[in-house]
Design a binder for this molecule. Sequence first.
Ligand SMILES: Nc1nc2c(ncn2[C@@H]2O[C@H](COP(=O)(O)OP(=O)(O)OP(=O)(O)O)[C@@H](O)[C@H]2O)c(=O)[nH]1
Ligand SMILES: [Mg+2]
Length: 458
Amino acid sequence: MDVEAGLVATKSLAIVYLAQKRHQSYVGRDSMQLLNRSLASLVPNYLWQHADDTDVLLLHETEFDEPSQAKVLEPYVGLPIKFVPIPSKYWSLPPWLASANNNASAHHKKLPPHSRFLMPNWKQISHYTVGYRHMIRFFTLLLWDFMRELGYTYVMRMDEESRLGSRVPFHFPSRMRREGVEYAYRQVSYESGGAGEHFHDFMREYLLSNENAWLEAATASAASTLWLFDSCKAPIMARQAQLTHDGAHDGSRAALVNASLALAANFSRLRCGEMYGVYNNFFVTRVGFWHRPDVQHFLRHVDRQSFIYTHRWNDILWHSATLQTFLPRAQARLYDDFTYEHASTRDNPASPLQGCWYYGGISQGRTDASDALELASSFRARFCPDVEPCVQRYVAAKPDGGAVSLVSLTAGSVVVEHPDCSSVPAWYLCDPGNADAATAHHPGKKVFFRAHQCAEQV
Ligand SMILES: Nc1nc2c(ncn2[C@@H]2O[C@H](COP(=O)(O)OP(=O)(O)OP(=O)(O)O)[C@@H](O)[C@H]2O)c(=O)[nH]1
Ligand SMILES: [Mg+2]
């Protein structure tokens, strides 16, 4: 397939990276070196086996010239990996923000100096560049159009820090088709767009003002599709259970509608805690899901509200909110077969903590037979040793019988937690600081915690 010529892909899956030479927001980060390492993990652990149905697209802002492209691709001659410039329509400000920030435009003249739409007022603008915000917008809503234009049915994301640490023992599109899975991910990050209620306010207001967009799917069966509410406080859950039961019992959709609206009206960070987020620096999804009219309605609303740019609310929030509003829980799946790593590191070259890992981490897969302790210590040896990670230990069944001991080491509010609470360890020890944030609604569990609905089962 010739992507540059705009021909339609003959393969199902595109694996996309957003590539740059040096990170434009994190001054100390050598993005190209990270990209090389990431590719070196992807090729033997997935691409070799599935090159006939996969393209790897290194998307860039025309920053890589022919010689620098050749340098990255040199070890992979004959493999379907190519650089692709991102068309400007997929890498630009939405028109209303462009005009709000154009001194000559009428829109600009109407805005007061403190307006959140003006770039100098954007949160953390001195640290996170406009490009970083384009990246969020791209992964939130423009990637789907780009992939459809190129003809791919499935798309997978890898970041420069993403690494596959063991072989993926299946072909993503085949397994997802077989299991009816629309979105696969590997780790979970509890987030709410910073402190306070703003993100929850945003979601609650959307749900209450746009019932037609989500209620039909949410009440199509007695099992509510809206797992956005799964973490909400027990009394709210009980109310839902009661009303769901009544609805199922007397066949009345009205009861389900009432339950869903009551839950929406009560959706707040205080009552529901941080949102269960897909840590989406790795995901695989069916492109068509994102073009569903209800999903598009939500994404267009998100875009129009502009919090991506003004508040730097990230694509983890948007992917997670979309899945938990529009997709039955069983169609989003945490695939834990393979080892995956995404460790964010500090980027201030003047600081002694430069290069230290502070968010994300490594999670060992069920089919990775490495010794858990060795895996953990070699991971820690690559970063600063003073991080107190969240440690999860598992005993998993091996495909050929017997058991294997697995480990996950993560920092920040990243964990491995299946959305339906299957295959989670009995407990795990995480950073108590994060536990406070994530368990505001479960005050008894300060150190050992599960913040999603699994907490109800402990
Ligand atoms: N071309 C280009 N790529 C970018 C830009 N900002 C980020 N990226 C890439 O987009 C991907 C995601 O960015 P990251 O900085 O890793 O973002 P993140 O993982 O959400 O955030 P961290 O947890 O802070 O790492 C990486 O592969 C980056 O290199 C940009 O301005 N231009
Ligand atoms: Mg990243």
